[in-house]
Design a binder for this molecule. Structure first.
Ligand code: DP6
Length: 338
C-alpha cells in the first residue's frame, strides 16, 4: 500500500447508507466476506454516518476507544470495529497504534436502516485517511467489504454494483450511474423500532441452509442485466417488479433457513398489501423492498412522494417515515466530531 506524503493522524469521513435493489444475502467466504452474488444498490444521501478517527501515535491508549451515538461501545460491537481497525493497522504496517473513534448516525440506529453499511464505509475512509494510506475508491471498497459487505457499496455514490469476485482485488463495488442520473426516492415506512433479533452478520451464514438459496442466486444472475438496463433507462415500472421479486426471494430464503429467520411483523404486511392495492387500484407507481428487518422501503419517482407520504399516514402500523434520494459516495470532511 502507498502512504500519502503528508501524515495526519486524525480524519473524519461521512458516508450514506444504501438500499439494495438486488440483495446481498449469504457469504461464499466468511473470512473475506465474499458474497454469493453481485448486488446493486442506491446510496442514500439523507441517511448517513459521520466518523472521526484519531490514531494515538503517542501511545496513551491501551485499547481502541469507540463511541457510537454518544455511547461507549463494548462487547461484540466494539470487537467488530477493533477487528476492522486491526486490518487497517495491518495494511498500514503500524500495528501498535490504538485509535479513538467517534461515530454518529443522523438516523436512529434502531430504525432498521442498515447502519453497518454507512458505519463501515465512513470508518474505513476516516481510518485509512488518518493513518496516511492513499487509496482509491476501489481499494477502499475492498477494505470496507471486510468490515461489512454492504459497506463496500456505500463508498460509491448514486447507483452501485458490488461484483461478487473472489478476492480483495475482485470483490469490489463500482458506480453504475452518478446520483443525479435519476432522482429516485426511497421512502422508509418504519413499522417497528425494536433491535432485530438476528443480525444480518449471523443471518448470512444461514443462507446456505435454505433449499431455496441456490434458486434465488440463479434468479439473481438472470436479472442483473435487466436491473442495470432498467436503471439506465430510468424505468421504474420495469425495475420495480424485479426489486420486489428479489426482496421476496431473499425473505423466502431467510424464512426457510435452519433455523428459520422471520423478520416481518404484522405492520410489514399491512404496508405490502396497501402498496399493492394503491398500485393496482389507483395506479400509484410505488414498489417495495425489505432488508433484514420489518421496515419497508418504498421506491417512487419524486412526483409521487407527497401522495405516498399522505397515504402512509393512514396506516396504523407506520410509526415514522424517513425519506432520501440518491447521494454521493463516502467523503472526507473537515468537521471533526472531537
Ligand atoms: C439484507 O452488509 O449488513 O441489507 O456484511 O454482515 O455487515 P454484514 O451484512 P450487511 O448485509 C446486508 C443485508 C441486506 C441486503 C443488502 O443490503 O444487500
Amino acid at each position: 500500500m502507498q502512504r500519502s506524503g503528508t501524515m495526519s493522524f486524525k480524519a473524519t469521513a461521512r458516508a450514506g447508507s444504501n438500499i439494495a435493489f438486488i440483495k446481498y444475502w449469504g457469504v461464499a467466504d466468511p473470512h473475506l466476506n465474499i458474497p454469493l452474488n453481485n448486488s446493486i444498490s442506491m446510496t442514500l444521501g439523507a441517511l448517513h454516518t459521520t466518523t472521526t478517527v484519531e490514531w494515538d501515535v503517542a501511545g496513551y491508549l491501551s485499547a481502541d476507544q469507540i463511541v457510537i451515538d454518544g455511547v461507549r461501545a463494548e462487547g461484540p460491537k466494539a470487537e467488530r470495529v477493533t477487528r476492522h481497525l486491526d486490518f487497517i493497522r495491518h495494511l498500514a504496517g503500524d500495528r501498535r497504534f490504538r485509535a479513538r473513534v467517534v461515530s454518529r448516525n443522523n438516523f436512529p440506529m434502531a430504525s432498521g436502516i442498515a447502519s453497518s453499511a454507512s458505519a463501515f464505509a465512513a470508518l474505513t475512509m476516516a481510518a485509512c485517511t488518518a493513518i496516511g494510506l492513499s487509496l482509491d475508491r476501489t481499494q477502499l471498497s475492498a477494505i470496507a467489504r471486510r468490515g461489512s459487505g454492504s459497506a463496500s457499496r456505500s463508498i460509491f455514490g448514486g447507483y452501485v454494483e458490488w461484483e461478487r469476485g473472489g478476492s480483495d482485488a475482485t470483490s469490489v463495488a463500482r458506480q453504475l450511474f452518478p446520483p443525479d442520473y435519476w432522482p429516485l426516492r426511497d421512502v422508509v415506512a418504519v413499522v417497528s423500532t425494536n433491535e432485530k433479533t438476528v443480525s444480518s452478520q449471523n443471518g448470512h451464514a444461514l443462507a446456505l441452509t435454505s433449499p431455496l438459496n441456490s434458486a434465488r442466486v440463479d434468479a439473481v444472475y438472470g436479472m442483473l442485466h435487466e436491473v442495470r438496463n432498467a436503471i439506465a433507462l430510468r424505468d421504474l415500472e420495469h425495475l420495480g417488479p424485479l426489486i420486489e421479486q428479489d426482496a421476496l426471494a431473499m425473505h423466502a430464503v431467510m424464512m426457510t433457513s435452519r433455523p428459520s429467520l422471520l423478520y416481518w411483523q404484522p405492520g410489514t404486511l399491512e404496508v405490502l398489501h396497501a402498496v399493492r392495492r394503491w398500485r393496482e387500484e389507483d395506479g400509484l407507481p410505488v414498489y417495495f423492498t425489505i432488508d433484514a428487518g420489518p421496515n419497508v422501503h418504498l421506491l417512487c419517482e419524486p412526483a409521487f412522494e407527497r401522495e405516498l407520504l399522505r397515504r402512509l399516514q393512514t396506516l396504523s402500523s407506520v410509526r415514522t417515515v424517513m425519506t432520501s434520494g440518491p447521494g454521493e459516495g463516502a467523503e472526507v470532511i473537515d468537521q471533526h466530531l472531537f
